[in-house]
Design a protein around this ligand. Structure first.
Ligand code: GLN
Length: 549
């Protein structure tokens, strides 16, 4: 059977939830038994977002195969519950690097290399790789940015050409837009949508569906108007009223008939009847008033919550599963160093220190770990958060006052966290960390083993530094259990405190594997410990869903 393609562009403004819409459409198809994959086309020139500051780009998401990708890939994986691969995120940088590499090798000897056809051909080749790599029958392709951006033009042109290459029956174009609201007259306006569609048509693409998002209910006559002016079937104008529960989007799209419409338009037969029971339970649980559990998230990029997108979602998933409302207090570690924000730390039921790079605010995170250890407050450290939990223990329990990670003090007399040996001679910064899934073996009887209920797990990584094995014995003798180790015994993956309700750090990033309908066991264990500390466990109404890994 031919591979089918759904292309999703955005218009009017960015941040209208294009990524979530795309992810939710993926779910509509998966619910019908169709094998889907989703690809994001990012117009920037970086080869991947791995070298970008989270302030620029939000979280860098990591896939099983170690690809460092846009955070939309996180939405795709969470909504569809699939594991994607590196072919699912293309950037202009990758495309040009490939074409220029070929030119230097002489592959095009004699030819003039041009945006059309060389760049567009390379984009199409990469779109074609998705079904080959994942076996997907339907590939959804989301273009980053907004139609009209100069930098996305080659991508749009490639999508236009796909219509002839893959065939009209195998391609479908969706345009997502925003309807502004005019307060004085209390009206929503469709004019920017009309202009945006006109812009897209000028580039040769006539959208077949419009997903119009608005913060206010969208009256039927506006939908009719958009259908008329944008030359789209009335059934294919989808009014997306903003929802307070993101995981409701698949249900809303389903109720608006989007799933059936797409199946019809692409002439695909469903293999099974969509079953939304779990999602309905999830959304109902989200709207149920639940006892509050406060988590202090002590980070570096806290002004921008997108920088910790997967962590926030993982806490949310765990909260839904346990029947508690996780409220996050976003605390800046550099502020803690100045003595500010400690009231919030004290009011919190648990402390989470996420991943990060660079020295700013490190001491504040170490102080937060010390507070958690001394006051028996549940603590979860992710990657850097685990490393700093180790540094704190070294300084204050083992008495190594000078202890540090060599990332922050290269000449520390107690380098308890040190550069991994295979990182020593690396000169390039891009895609050279220890990336992607690696196995971790659990020590029996540990908190980690109990949470996972599994002897060996695969988790995703993104780091250069690790626990310094020279110190293993000293730590274990003083009550820090190295409860997760790589099967070759080279790397400490999890550390936890023996004499503490829940103080655990992971060298990996469990947040990349939590799914709304399959919350991550470590997050569940952490939120459970927080709920116990808050004394709300008795009142909670847990959601009857599987906690698995
Ligand atoms: N900066 C640390 C390292 O490179 C931690 C990385 C992270 O938290 N992702 O090992």
């Amino acid at each position: 059977m031919d591979v089918k393609y759904i292309f999703i562009t955005g218009g009017v403004i960015s941040s209208v939830g294009k990524g979530v819409t795309c992810a939710a459409i993926g779910r509509l198809l998966k619910e019908r038994g169709i094998k889907v994959a989703i690809q994001k086309l990012d117009p920037y020139i970086n080869v991947d977002p791995g070298t970008m500051s989270p302030y620029q780009h939000g979280e860098v998401y990591v896939l099983d195969d170690g690809a460092e990708t846009d955070l939309d890939l996180g939405h795709y994986e969470r909504f569809v519950d699939i594991n994607l691969s590196s072919v699912c995120n293309i950037t202009t940088g990758q495309v040009y690097a490939e074409v220029i590499g070929k030119e230097r090798r002489g592959d095009y000897l004699g030819g003039t290399i041009q945006v059309i056809p060389h760049i567009t051909n390379e984009i199409k080749r990469r779109i074609g790789l998705v079904s080959k790599d994942t076996g997907a029958e339907v590939v959804l392709v989301e273009v980053g940015g907004t139609v009209g951006d100069i930098e996305s033009l080659p991508f749009i042109e490639a999508l236009r050409q796909m219509r002839t290459d893959a065939g009209r029956d195998n391609t479908f174009y969706i345009h997502t837009t925003w309807l502004p609201h005019i307060g004085a007259t209390n009206e929503l306006k469709t004019k920017p949508t009309q202009h945006s569609v006109r812009e897209l048509r000028a580039l040769g693409i006539s959208p077949q569906m419009i997903v119009a998002r608005a913060d206010y209910p969208i009256p039927a006559d506006l939908c009719a108007k958009m259908a008329q002016f944008c030359d789209v079937e009335q059934r294919a104008v989808v009014p997306m009223h903003t929802t307070d529960v993101m995981y409701e989007v698949p249900l809303l799209l389903e109720n608006l008939g989007v799933g059936d419409y797409l199946m019809e338009a692409l002439n695909i037969k469903p293999r099974k009847q969509a079953n939304w029971t779990d999602w309905e339970k999830l959304v109902k649980q989200a709207r149920t008033k639940k006892p509050v559990v406060r988590v202090a998230l002590v980070g570096k990029y806290v002004e921008l919550h997108d920088a910790y997108m997967s962590v926030r979602e993982s806490l949310y998933h765990a909260g839904l599963a346990l029947g508690v409302q996780v409220e996050i207090d976003w605390l800046h570690s550099a502020e803690l160093e100045k003595g500010r924000g400690w009231n919030e730390v004290q009011a919190a039921d648990a402390i989470l220190v996420p991943g990060g790079f660079g020295g700013r605010g490190i001491e504040g995170k170490i102080q937060a770990a010390q507070y958690a250890r001394e006051n028996k407050v549940p603590y979860l450290g992710l990657c850097l958060g685990m490393q700093l939990m180790v540094v704190e223990f070294a300084r204050n329990v083992l008495g190594y006052t000078e202890a540090n990670s060599t990332e922050f003090d290269p000449v520390s007399s107690y380098p308890v966290i040190d550069l991994m040996p295979d990182q020593r001679n690396i000169a390039d910064m891009g895609a050279t960390m220890r990336l992607g899934v690696y196995p971790c073996e659990m020590q029996q009887g540990s908190i980690a083993a109990e949470a996972y209920n599994n002897g060996v797990v695969q988790e995703r990584h993104r780091h250069r530094y690790e626990f310094n094995n020279a110190y293993r014995e000293a730590f274990e003798q003083h009550g820090m259990r190295l409860s997760g180790i790589s099967p070759d015994d080279r790397l400490v993956e999890i550390s936890e405190l023996a004499d503490h309700p829940f103080m655990l750090g992971t060298q990996f990033h469990p947040e990349f594997l939590s799914r709304p309908t399959r919350p991550h066991p470590l997050f569940v264990a952490f939120v459970k410990a927080a709920a116990e500390r808050a004394g709300v466990n008795q009142q909670a109404i847990p959601l009857d869903i599987e906690v698995s890994h």
